[in-house]
Ligand binder design. Sequence first.
Ligand SMILES: [Zn+2]
Ligand SMILES: [Zn+2]
Length: 248
Amino acid sequence: MSYEEIVRERPYLKDILELYHKLERLDELKVSLPQDMFNHELWVEEKEAHEITSLVGRAFGLDEEDVHLLSKEVCEGRVPLREIPLRIPEMPALPFEREELEVILFLIARPYLRAEKERMNIDGIFWAEGRCPVCNGAPVLSFLEKEEKRRFLCSYCGTMGPWRRTGCPFCGSDTPEETSIITTEKEKGMKIYSCNACKSYLKGFELELLAEHSPWILDLLSLPLDVIAQEKGFKRHAPNPLGMIKIS
Ligand SMILES: [Zn+2]
Ligand SMILES: [Zn+2]
């Protein structure tokens, strides 16, 4: 399904999809990683960092000087790219508001985390801690196959792996009464599983939906479900492909 067709069916997603379209090139970028995978100070290729930061800068209409500064911080290893799935650092050298910084750093870290995923190649491994085994990202997207465990997909690096079929990965609660399901008429095969014990939520998609859309588009198509869940006070733990956690 093309963007135009999606927007025809869901006019409320027009701006969102236009922004995603501008950022889509980021999903295709292949970057190189230095050999030492446990060193948190990741010095990256200048050309690649420049391409990534320029892309993000253009999509959000950032000031060119600010983008240049950002690129320099990334190149010289002052942005702890591997820590971003756990926490977004303070970056006093950068002229961005906290919320803007969170979006920008998520988008910049993604190509590097994806490269790490390619290198480690552990798709299909059980998410023992309820977090991504490659980058420690918290889950949001889950895919369900009949008679099988559900699988989580990492919004940061794209690793996919199984977890228990029921229960909450954030607080460990496995009491069925604690889980509520939210669906809408319009989005078939998409659900929210919210946990009343810790006020978190996951999205659940039927696996067949991947035949038609990428998981990142599915995350955006189901945005109305985020709105409902968040209005009810439930928290999303990892950003969507536009870097948004709080949808309002
Ligand atoms: Zn990950
Ligand atoms: Zn919970």
